[in-house]
Write a protein that binds this ligand. Structure first.
Ligand SMILES: NC(=O)C1=CN([C@@H]2O[C@H](COP(=O)(O)OP(=O)(O)OC[C@H]3O[C@@H](n4cnc5c(N)ncnc54)[C@H](O)[C@@H]3O)[C@@H](O)[C@H]2O)C=CC1
Ligand SMILES: CC(=O)C(C)=O
Length: 258
């Protein structure tokens, strides 16, 4: 059955792949990103419409409570309801914990933890008002299970998503809302381009060598592509996952760090 979906951080990378996959699955999909990504977002809207589904671009900074409320309202105006929220938007920063400033910490947590909380909460309020339940899905990471050196404050933000996902699943089950998170390993997106560049700098490697080094730890022998994550989110958005809630599942190709 066709559902009304909102995906945040969908101008590129994992969010874009999720939006296109859910549209290909037969859902109508509104896509969000920051205003600076509006052109890329409009391209995604065109691609979704090309798949025969309804779509709309809703720009908002997910760390801003008023903007998140407006984003959900605009989605409901465009699509008629909100049945599936994919809170995907996030940022990364590679820095030793000894060099992380309070401002770095606050920005990381504002987008990756508060932003996910605001999206979960605004979606749940809308789904409860509608009745009939819903599915809330968030972006955590493998580092929500096993922190990654030089990604300390990023790891902390993803542990927050994992905890929030369990708590929200408990509180909203009575409304028929399931809440789950996905925990990718190393996905070849702009985010990992940045991580590779910074890790290479700090380890005296050339660009591309850091990601290669970590790729060698993946049992399945390759870095993930955004579509690997989108397949799993497709399952979480489908009735097949109706009996699953509060989980933060790794989709990492079997990384063995140590
Ligand atoms: N790439 C990877 O290896 C992994 C990524 N993840 C998580 O998956 C999610 C997507 O990651 P990627 O696609 O790789 O990243 P990306 O950097 O390629 O894309 C992230 C998107 O989020 C948007 N965004 C950033 N701040 C925002 C804000 N305040 N409000 C709205 N949109 C905002 C960006 O403009 C961008 O379009 C993130 O939450 C990330 O932490 C988790 C594990 C691994
Ligand atoms: C970006 C991220 O979450 C990892 C594990 O690389």
């Amino acid at each position: 059955m066709s559902k009304n979906v909102l995906v945040t951080g969908a101008a590129r990378g994992i969010g874009k792949a999720i939006a296109l996959r859910l549209a290909a699955d037969g859902h109508d999909v509104a896509v969000n990103d920051i205003a600076a990504q509006e052109t890329e977002l409009e391209t995604v809207v065109k691609e979704i419409r090309g798949l025969g589904r309804r779509s709309a671009a809703v720009t908002a900074d997910v760390s801003d409570p008023a903007a998140v409320t407006a984003m959900v309202a605009e989605t409901v105006t465009a699509l008629g309801a909100l049945d599936v929220m994919v809170a995907n938007a996030g940022i990364a920063q590679v820095l030793p914990l000894l060099e992380v400033t309070p401002e770095d910490w606050d920005r990381m947590l504002a987008i990756n933890a508060r932003g996910i909380f605001l999206c979960y909460q605004a979606a749940a309020k809308q789904m409860i008002a509608q009745g009939g339940g819903g599915k809330i899905i968030g972006a955590a990471s493998i580092v929500a299970h096993r922190p990654f050196a030089l990604l300390g404050h990023y790891s902390a933000s993803k542990w927050a998503v994992r905890g929030l996902t369990q708590a929200a699943a408990m509180e909203w089950a009575e409304h028929g809302i399931t809440v789950n998170a996905y925990c990718p390993g190393i996905v070849g997106t702009a985010m990992w381009d940045l991580i590779d560049e910074k890790l290479a700098e700090s380890e005296g490697l050339r660009k591309g060598q850091a990601i290669e080094k970590y790729s060698n730890l993946i049992h399945l022998g390759r870095v993930s592509v955004p579509e690997d994550v989108a397949s799993y989110v497709s399952y979480l958005a489908s009735p097949d996952s109706d009996y699953m809630t509060g989980q933060s599942v790794m989709i990492d190709g079997g990384i063995q760090f140590a």
